[in-house]
Design a protein around this ligand. Sequence first.
Ligand code: DAH
Length: 379
Amino acid sequence: MYTVPKLKSYTAAALDKAVEKLRAALDEEAKAIRTEAEWKTFRDRWMARKSGVLTQINDLWLKAAPKDAKRDVGQRVNEIKAKVTEVVEERQVKGIGLAAADSLEFGDSVTAQVIPHLDITLPGIRRPLGAEHPVIKTMHEIVSVFRNLGYSVEEGPVIETDYYNFEALNFPPNHPARDTQDTLFIARQESKPPRERLLLRTHTSPVQIRTMEKMKPPIRIVIPGVVHRNDPPDASHSPMFHQIEGLAVDTNITFCDLKGTLDHAMKALFGSSVKTSFRPSFFPFTEPSAEMLVSCFICGGSGKRGSEPCRPCKQTGWIEILGCGMVDPNVYGFVDYDPKKVSGFAFGMGADRIAILKYGVDDIQLFFNGDVRFLEQFG
Ligand code: DAH
């Protein structure tokens, strides 16, 4: 490492030689700078007031020079000062902008260092725009269809009690209908009364109860949200997925209202040419209950794509899209509604499944493993 020598001779040739050595050292050290930290060390070594190289040449060369040599030495010291200042500044820009770029981590802020040397002719920093996740986008679309029909949005907790997830929805304790829900229970709840025990909600239906507890009819709500089930992940299952629930309670609501509303919603979502069909089903909280099918919007209901079988509808021409029914009078008993005065319908659908169908995705896991190359296609 270069150290400032004492000058033995003050002839022009001797001075030039000393300056040359110093300049060579300056260049060599400047070249080696790779990181901001290294640049700071370099700057301090040359420019620090107390013992930087510039201070040293001032003391050892200029102050020590005999009177008649002072002018010559002073001139050279000034030139060295200007050069050192220039190199230090120049390396700062290069250090951050080029060499140090190798050592920057993604997200490191370089703005602060670059601003003093802002070159407004350079292209700006392009910040990539985020995009809505395809499942969230689908949920927003579904919600907006119902908003246009006058429905409002309600939400509820993902960690739910047994009472809201099951009991008030007319799943009695130990009823086999609970088995269909593959519930994930929160540990160490045994000391609580059964209905207060916590679990991860298996559906968005508990928010029906929570809403009816706090509001009197007429009710028209949709409930988007995350639900969990103890399903091992595969192409069509995920332990976490999304549902959208609907509930309409008023006087004189009939199954015709249910059919008309859902038929309209499916046409708004999948195109005006889709047809809907209902077949009987069972849910504890609706009576009668149904499953709704839409004609396959991929093959147009033919069950075939050219000469190939249509996979999404399993060649049937119909796709099962949601569960629904008229709210069971027992449910009104839990929320203090009079089943003789009010009636209503409810429905629930899986948002991820609808997104899969809409976008022709063949694996639900793609939605959740965070691969930007997959997700940015929906931007
Ligand atoms: N909660 C049901 C499930 O996750 C879906 C459902 C069926 C919701 C019928 C409803 C309904 O509101 O009326 O399996």
